[in-house]
Design a binder for this molecule. Structure first.
Ligand code: MEV
Length: 438
């Protein structure tokens, strides 16, 4: 039986691997060799990766691809994408090319406001808390001045602090709802440091407040943390063209194609089961660029899905319409991204991805990411309403299946050619492969 381990984090990497492979794998020697095979030959690069997280034993590769020909506000981008799913990069590239000669993508940043909150419990008269807050507000800012100094110099900082009474939701629950401008930084560290300073000031000042009773003085700070829900840090991306120009190689007349896209989007707006998959497709594009540029895709995912549910129920992030014979397709996304700080200056491939994008500001990156999401959705809907998703998907998936089967390069070429004329499903690929080997 495996015993709990003490002081695991203090072991060397080799010791951790020995312990892990001995206790949890059938063939420790092979497992150890596999883990080591994924180490980087350059010890400096390996050390850098080891130190990103804790208890690192090896690296885990994800493919870094690129989708060229994205015309965004008249500037041509090649968009780096990090993702494990086949078809995504091909779909993005196809959508980029489709819109290239139709004016490309147009984007607007609607807002850049970040949010953080100090959550606390107060037992007493809310009007007394309100006047205490008004008198203490300048002090909250003053005490955090050493944290905000540099950000302020660059034009950012704390934009507002509000007291919110949340007792209708939870007894005694109040919060300081704070907004920030963090410029090119995602801002998590900056925001959390400001919030912790506010909490501390709130606590000490309330203890010294003569208007409060003993009970009221005892404000209970529960936690101080940024919110990944940023409904005022939003970007819009759009494509449009005359319906007649929605030409898709005679697969379907332009007018019918436009109508089908609008119907597909309307269905995702009306129906949460479809909306989740529809938005998942959007996030294929969004996450891939977010990852490639060293941003936090979990934060983006959480915020985006909350945004998708901001009205009556969970709904589509994209919208489509035909008006006066003009087809319009657009997306609005909340994206708190950074192009400085965090991984952006540490991970060599993130640095390269940002260089490929022309060293964008955070607002420019918001626009690129939103376009990747919109393009991905356009490509998915296009397949869904014409050939169906499996045709293109299985062709891209073919290589994965052939690799799993251990096909040689010659076998791969033969079978790729064969499946240009035949429908590729998992079983048909296995069958054709076995036949070829016989
Ligand atoms: C697959 O990763 C994404 C799709 O399911 C998205 C969609 O259905 O819109 C193709």
């Amino acid at each position: 039986m495996i015993k709990p381990v003490e002081g695991f984090s203090k072991l060397t990497k080799e010791q951790k691997i020995d312990w892990l492979t001995t206790n949890y794998t059938k063939d420790p020697k092979a497992a150890k060799a596999l883990l080591q095979r994924y180490w980087n030959d350059d010890t400096k690069v390996q050390k850098l990766h080891d130190e990103f997280i804790e208890n690192t034993v090896t690296n885990f590769y994800l493919p870094f691809g690129v989708a060229p020909n994205f015309l965004i506000n008249d500037k041509l981008y090649a968009i780096p994408m990090v993702i494990e799913e086949s078809s995504v990069v091909a779909a993005a590239s196809k959508a980029a090319k489709f819109w290239l000669n139709k004016g490309g993508f147009k984007t607007t940043v609607i807002g850049t406001e970040k949010i953080g909150q100090v959550h606390f419990m107060y037992h007493g008269d809310p009007t007394k808390l309100k006047s205490f807050f008004n008198s203490v507000k300048p002090k909250l800012l003053e005490k955090a001045a050493h944290i905000t100094k540099n950000m302020k110099k660059r034009g950012g900082g704390i934009t507002n602090i509000e007291l919110k009474n949340k007792t209708d939701k939870l007894d005694h629950y109040f919060q300081l709802h704070c907004t920030f401008e963090t410029l090119d930084a995602m801002g998590a560290n900056f925001i959390n440091s400001c919030l912790e300073s506010f909490a501390e000031t709130l606590k000490t000042e309330s203890l010294a407040n003569l208007d409060f009773s003993e009970k009221e003085k005892n404000i209970e700070i529960v936690m101080s943390i940024l919110s990944n829900y940023v409904p005022n840090c939003v970007v819009r991306a759009e494509v449009s063209c005359p319906v007649d120009e929605l030409n898709i190689d005679h697969q379907m007349p332009s007018k019918e194609f436009a109508q089908k896209i609008v119907q597909a989007v309307n269905i995702a707006q009306a129906e949460p089961h479809r909306a989740v998959t529809h938005n998942k497709g959007i996030m294929n594009g969004v996450d891939a660029v977010v990852l490639a540029t060293g941003n936090d895709f979990r934060a983006i995912e959480a915020g985006v899905h909350a945004y998708a549910a901001k009205e009556e129920g969970y709904s589509s992030l994209t919208h489509a319409e035909v008006e006066n014979e003009i087809f319009k397709f657009w997306i609005e996304l909340p994206l708190a991204l950074g192009t400085v700080g965090g991984l952006t200056s540490l991970h060599p491939l993130v640095k390269l991805a940002l260089e490929i994008l022309g060293k964008p500001s955070a607002t420019e990156l918001m626009q690129i990411v939103a376009v990747a999401g919109l393009a991905q959705n356009f490509a998915a809907i296009r397949s869904l309403v014409t050939t169906g998703i499996q045709e293109g998907h299985m062709k891209m998936h073919l290589l994965n299946i052939l690799n799993q089967l251990g096909a040689t390069e010659i076998e791969k070429t033969t079978l790729t050619n064969y499946f240009k004329k035949h429908t590729a499903t998992h079983s048909s690929v296995v069958e054709a492969f076995q036949k070829l080997r016989q």
